[in-house]
Design a protein around this ligand. Structure first.
Ligand code: NAI
Length: 468
């Protein structure tokens, strides 16, 4: 069989870019991305490509190329399901905020709703692809819903987790390290897997397309994120030792990264990882381990998240300690709010925790981020429910001009590694700040020798003899 028409449920950070690339690379396949969020779909259809709901370098050009040709964005979920031979489920799977597994397990209510909708609407056999990151064995739950409420239609469930990283999504989708496809080891399952392999083979070398059983595929995604986050927490743990001992974490990273068994990537120390996935997926893994009674395994992985929380908290503690143990009423400017550069995504961004800690101390924060909207920043703070929304707005300001944002500040905190921060006129910034002028570099981004020669008091994560 050959895939001719795709419906993707969920037009978010994964569904949008992934489907745009499939549509561009497979011009003969009709790709319809659907979402219940009308504003999001309207933004995907916006003529002005700078208004797309997801910011990713290179995404606008691909959307421009394919949209209206074989790529469509719609809120008509039923029609798109009906028409497609293959349905990707790419909805959000956040950590549960209620009931059993609260704060740990993945909330699968959106997935289940999709499965029920597919079961209700489908009149012909279909392939259903799990694109969302799901707990191992979710495919059997989806299958049971589809088999029991469907219209006698045959479904093949495949797991095809997405490994793109935000900020480099298009590059990652065009040249993936690997594509992973899990399916049932039956003749029908093999056929469905082959159809998806053939789709990806339009642009990905077949050697990079792996097929496995469904459970291995589901678990591989959680494992990949756990390993990646573990590397960040490991180097961050070393950063604290570096600060105490006079070692430099960049030198340590380089020295260990040249060991081919360790490798150089993902060894940058920072204020802590963020993003919608790492924490959620590790907590989910911890929950799965606990549910099988594997307490040692659960505790082992939980430490990765606990270390990350510690890294964020010690960053804000250091700001407070350095500013003479009080930040009350002091202007502190945040450069960056997104969880990493080149994305407008702020989910679980370290900036949110650091801001919350400083607001608890009545600091006055001004935020500048080149891609994140004011509305998003306040919504992130309100979600924490730490204080009255009015108080958030009284204590925190969002500024569109970085130089104005830093004027009269006591301290600057770098929370995101946006390249443009390196190119600022730091002498001019220093001249307009209160003295002593402090910089807390949570991303090891700036040239600290240059900053010190201007007169700044610098603190850099992971560098010994920090001013603390
Ligand atoms: P997102 O929150 O940006 O997008 C999900 C979209 O699904 C939302 O727009 C929502 O309105 C829509 N949706 C929810 N229920 C729906 C329904 N019943 N019908 C139609 N639309 C519905 O989420 P994101 O970041 O795209 O993540 C999706 C999945 O991909 C998650 O499981 C995540 O763990 C996984 N993932 C995310 C990566 C990332 O970098 N963001 C990378 C790899 C995997």
């Amino acid at each position: 069989m050959k895939i001719k028409s795709i419906c993707c449920i969920g037009a978010g950070y994964v569904g949008g870019p992934t489907m745009a690339v499939i549509a561009q690379k497979c011009p003969n396949v009709k790709v319809t991305v659907v979402d219940i969020n009308e504003a999001r779909i309207a933004a995907w259809n916006n003529e002005d490509l700078s208004k797309l709901p997801v910011y990713e370098p290179g995404l606008d050009a691909i959307v421009k190329d394919a949209r209206g040709r074989n790529l469509f964005f719609s809120t008509n979920v039923d029609a798109a399901i009906d028409e497609a031979d293959t349905i990707f489920i790419s909805v959000n799977t956040p950590t549960k905020t209620y009931g059993k597994g609260k704060g740990m397990a993945a909330d699968l209510k959106y997935i289940e709703l999709c499965a029920r909708q597919i079961a209700r609407v489908a009149k012909e056999d279909k392939i259903v692809v799990e694109k969302s990151t799901l707990p191992v064995r979710t495919a059997s739950a989806i299958k049971s819903i589809l088999d029991n409420t469907g219209n006698g239609v045959q479904f093949q469930i495949l797991s095809n987790p997405e490994f793109l990283a935000e900020g480099t999504a298009i590059e990652d989708l065009l040249k993936p390290d690997r594509v992973l496809i899990g399916g049932e080891m039956t003749a029908e399952g093999e056929k469905a897997m082959q159809a998806l392999v053939d789709l990806y083979a339009s642009w990905v070398n077949r050697d990079h397309i792996l097929t496995t059983n469904v459970w291995s595929s589901e678990l591989s995604k959680l494992t990949a994120n756990a390993f990646l986050a573990q590397r960040v927490s490991s180097i961050n743990a070393m950063s604290e030792i570096c600060e105490k001992t006079g070692a430099n974490v960049a030198e340590v990273s380089k020295a260990i990264g040249m060991d081919s068994r360790i490798g150089p990537k993902f060894l940058s120390s920072s204020v802590g990882f963020g993003g919608s996935c790492f924490q959620k997926d590790i907590l989910n893994l911890v929950y799965i381990a606990k549910s099988y009674g594997l307490d040692e395994v659960a505790n082992y992985w939980e430490q990765v998240v606990l270390m990350n929380n510690h890294q964020k908290n010690r960053f804000s503690d250091n700001i407070i300690n350095t500013l003479y143990n009080t930040v009350s009423g002091k202007k502190i400017t945040f450069l960056g709010w997104a969880f990493k550069k080149d994305t407008n995504d702020t989910r679980e961004s370290a900036a949110i925790t650091v801001a919350d800690n400083l607001l608890n101390e009545h600091a006055k924060i001004t935020v500048y981020d080149p891609k994140v909207s004011e509305e998003q920043i306040f919504s992130d703070l309100e979600y924490l429910n730490s204080r009255d929304p009015k108080q958030n707005r009284a204590l925190l300001k969002v500024e569109k001009d970085p130089y104005l944002a830093m004027k009269d500040a006591h301290a600057i905190a770098i929370l995101t590694e946006w390249d443009e921060f390196k190119a600022y006129n730091w002498q001019k910034i220093y001249d307009h700040m209160l003295k002593p002028a402090f910089i807390f570099d949570g991303r090891r981004l700036l040239d600290h020798e240059m900053l010190k020669s201007i007169g700044f008091e610098c603190y850099e994560i992971g560098t010994g003899n920090a001013s603390q």
